[in-house]
Ligand binder design. Structure first.
Ligand code: AMP
Length: 281
């Protein structure tokens, strides 16, 4: 595996592969890698000739300074994991490399970023669009792989790709979970033992919501029940639980109103904020 921190060096290496007619798959990450990330590398390896992963904790997408400061950074371990996963190139730029000047671009996502993460984390998706568009410029991938763990992010990235008329294909990959059901997340490593035990209540409640959705219990009841179930543990505080159309991300009020419906949740476990989601219809 080759490691580059400079855009020019990365692009020189990629241009050789491109001249050889090889396709390039890209997995952007913020590091503190786990099996969710390596699952994206595996998908890219199956679909493309060369896989590039990036590791960059992007300051412009953090709306809380503490969250940025606290975000786990485990570069040596990450590089070993990517190597083991068979990644071909890892790109680890500095902040100066990605943002030689302040990025002042403002994206518009209409209704897509007015809800859920967009509503609770002002500026977050603008920062995501800034960094992902910059990374796409650097790597110019044929395909880029994103986890459905960040369900709204996938919709935002697809919208950005349409707006900028980029040629990259966005591939959404399933959520990888711990054996007890907790969605893998870099932030899980910030949980205490007791908080980690509590956090399993999130996926448990989503699974039960999925069962209730199959019974078509009214959506308002399902929402109340899911929030109540999570908050029976005093360590967990629900920021939102929304039942939304899978494409528009707008709230759905009756099961017949949409063909694909997803339940999305954000929960505070002490200072740590976790998100998860599950397909309901
Ligand atoms: P992050 O490093 O958190 O920015 O995540 C990098 C990529 O990994 C994003 O596309 C995430 O959606 C994806 N990802 C994070 N956690 C998981 C997971 N548990 N399962 C699948 N993909 C994930």
């Amino acid at each position: 595996m080759k490691k580059y921190s400079q855009i020019t060096a990365l692009q020189d290496a990629l241009s050789i592969f491109r001249q050889q007619g090889k396709t390039i798959g890209f997995v952007p990450t913020m590091g503190a890698l786990h099996s969710g990330h390596t699952s994206l590398v595996q998908l890219s390896k199956k679909a493309c000739d060369i896989t590039v992963a990036s590791i960059f904790v992007n300051p412009t997408q953090f709306n809380e300074k503490d969250d940025f400061m606290r975000y786990p950074r485990t570069l040596d371990k990450d590089i070993a994991m990517l190597q083991k996963a068979g990644c071909d190139i890892v790109f680890t730029p500095s902040e100066q490399e990605m943002y030689p000047e302040k990025d002042t671009r403002v994206f518009s996502f209409g209704a897509l970023d007015k809800v859920m993460e967009g509503a609770f984390r002002p500026g977050h998706f603008n920062g995501v669009a800034q960094i992902v568009s910059r990374l796409f410029e650097c790597v110019q991938p044929d395909k880029a792989f994103f986890g459905q763990k960040d369900f709204q992010q996938v919709a935002i990235i697809k919208s950005m790709v349409r707006q900028l008329q980029l040629k990259v294909e966005i591939v959404a990959a399933p959520i990888i979970r711990e054996p007890d059901g907790l969605a893998m997340s870099s932030r899980n490593m910030l949980l205490s033992e007791a908080q980690r035990q509590s956090a399993v209540g999130i996926s448990r409640a989503l699974l039960s919501a999925q069962k209730n959705a199959a019974l078509r219990i009214p959506i308002t009841t399902l929402k109340e029940e899911t929030i109540r179930s999570i908050e029976t543990d005093p360590a967990l505080k629900v920021e939102y639980f929304e039942v939304v159309d899978a494409d528009s991300l707008q709230a759905v009020h009756a099961w017949e109103d949409s063909k694909a419906i997803v339940g999305c949740v954000a929960v505070r476990v002490g200072k740590i904020r976790l998100i998860d989601n599950i397909q309901l219809v």
